[in-house]
Design a protein around this ligand. Sequence first.
Ligand SMILES: O=c1ccn([C@@H]2O[C@H](COP(=O)(O)O)[C@@H](O)[C@H]2O)c(=O)[nH]1
Length: 224
Amino acid sequence: MTSPVYVALDTPDLETARAIAARVRTHVGGLKLGLEFFSANGPAGVHAMAELGLPIFLDLKLHDIPNTVAKAVQALRPLGPAILTVHAAGGRMMMEEAKAAAPANTKVVAVTVLTSLDDGDLASIGVAADSHAQVARLTELAREAGLDGVVCSGAEVKAAHKLWPQGYFVVPGVRPAGGELGDQKRVVTPRQALDDGASILVVGRPITKAEDPDQAARAIAATL
Ligand SMILES: O=c1ccn([C@@H]2O[C@H](COP(=O)(O)O)[C@@H](O)[C@H]2O)c(=O)[nH]1
């Protein structure tokens, strides 16, 4: 069975990313490349990582006016990512245009509420809803816009899945029991996120910063 774990390779260094990916590749289902990696290595870096033969999740969290996002997605088409992210807060038209511009076999998923935010943080940026209500609202909007799914925390995935049974649910901010949170605030264990309806799990530092990334990835896989 393919692993639901995508390892987040958050490093600007291509060789570091390649080395970690090579070590964990048999225990993960895909590679997630985000802003840090892409800003440093660009499309050539994505092509280099794709040579490892695992699906690529391009987590660029695009968020701009619809025309700009659509043109950015068009520019990313040659990379053929399995998964691409946009921010749901960009609105329905932005999401519709992102989906229309993406390759047919790329899942376009919308970030709802970042897992590093809690209800106090939402209030501080003028969002009166709590994280559960805001994730529900943005999940509905992403569904209406024709996206494939959403990114949310494990704390909301059960409710989001109920709202959208056919949706694809990406859950980052997962931590093995007792693991260091770092900047993450809405956190559950990998097992809990899967039980509650996650389609895939994103795991970064618990694997990449471990003394033995291979063993850390294996230990997480054993809990699933
Ligand atoms: O809400 C979100 C959306 C994306 N992410 C990304 O997932 C990984 C998590 O890394 P950890 O080291 O396991 O905390 C990271 O690349 C984020 O950009 C997220 O954490 N939350």
